[in-house]
Design a protein around this ligand. Structure first.
Ligand SMILES: N=C(N)NCCCCNCCCN
Ligand SMILES: [Mn+2]
Ligand SMILES: [Mn+2]
Length: 287
């Protein structure tokens, strides 16, 4: 596939499959061109892949082994450093090509900045966007760029995609007003619970694109992320929500974004890798 350059794959103790035959196709987007606070999201995909080495493929509480699922990893999208729109175009084209080759595949994006989710959503055209995030990401423009990661949910809502957000604890008055005016539903991290999740997500049209900005989790779980915020969600709360979602809604695509860091074994990447395995396990156990 044209835009991939690393061919770096998950380092697992079991073989991966070809994208044409896979249920899950993983792609990295090592982009961190618009992060204003902490750099390093360009290392996210590599750190997450490496962190999977630490995990068992058998998921204890599901009683399934994800080694038995058809998983592909097509490596990383070649980014255009500093240009989130051009890079997201490459994400879109890569996912479009993948869906032509395998319409049944669930694309799984590992990032890299949240700005890149836009390319996946443009390719997959979901009816709804469910996101875990500390931030509303509803700015029209930030630091003179409308494709900054702080604007991604705004760009997605402009496509006519219904949005529900969880774990939120950072936003501006303008963003809150935009959400109100445009029917965008969000739950503050303080108010989050399973019932609040199901209430908001149940009426959403399918298919659903599911995005996890890793900064949704509580800070100690994810210290290495571009714009960390205290007061986030617990790991199992997010897993339980994802379990409900994959059992009740058709999933167009999934991503884990904003993982940063410079050291192998960073807790942020370990959190992301565990989440990745649970997502694949949760989908895999019902198909
Ligand atoms: N996807 C994301 N991680 N978005 C984060 C946007 C954060 C903007 N903080 C602005 C702070 C202003 N002082
Ligand atoms: Mn965020
Ligand atoms: Mn975000």
């Amino acid at each position: 596939m044209e835009f991939l350059y690393t061919y770096d794959t998950l380092k697992l103790e079991f073989p991966l499959t070809e994208p044409e035959n896979a249920r899950f196709v993983i792609t990295g987007v090592p982009f961190d061109g618009t992060t204003s606070f902490k750099p390093g999201a360009r290392f996210g995909p590599t750190l997450i892949r490496h962190a999977t080495l630490n995990l068992e493929s058998y998921i204890l509480d599901y009683g399934i082994d994800i080694a038995e699922l058809p998983i592909a990893d097509i490596g990383d999208v070649a980014v255009v450093a500093g240009d989130p729109r051009k890079t997201a175009d490459r994400v879109r084209e890569t996912i479009e090509e993948l869906k032509r080759a395998n319409p049944d595949a669930i694309p799984v994006l590992l990032g890299g900045e949240h700005s890149q989710t836009l390319g996946a959503v443009e390719a997959l055209k979901p009816a709804s966007y469910v996101v875990f995030d500390a931030h509303l990401d509803l700015r029209d423009s930030y630091e003179d760029n409308s494709y900054n990661h702080a604007c991604v949910a705004r760009r997605i809502s402009e496509l006519g995609v219904k949005e529900a957000m969880f774990g939120i604890r950072s936003g501006t008055k303008d963003e809150v007003e935009y959400a109100e005016e445009n029917g965008i539903m969000w739950v503050h991290a303080r108010d989050y619970d399973f019932d609040a999740f199901v209430d908001l997500v149940k009426p959403l049209p399918e298919p659903v694109y599911l995005s996890v900005d890793i900064d949704a989790f509580d800070l100690p779980l994810v210290p290495s992320t571009g714009t960390p915020e205290a007061g986030g969600l617990r790991f199992w709360d997010v897993i339980e929500a994802i379990e409900w979602l994959v059992e009740n809604k058709r999933i167009a695509g999934f991503d884990i974004m904003e993982v940063a860091g410079e050291n192998l074994g960073d807790p942020t990447a370990l959190t992301a890798a565990k989440l990745l395995f649970y997502f694949m396990g949760a989908v895999g156990r019902r198909t």
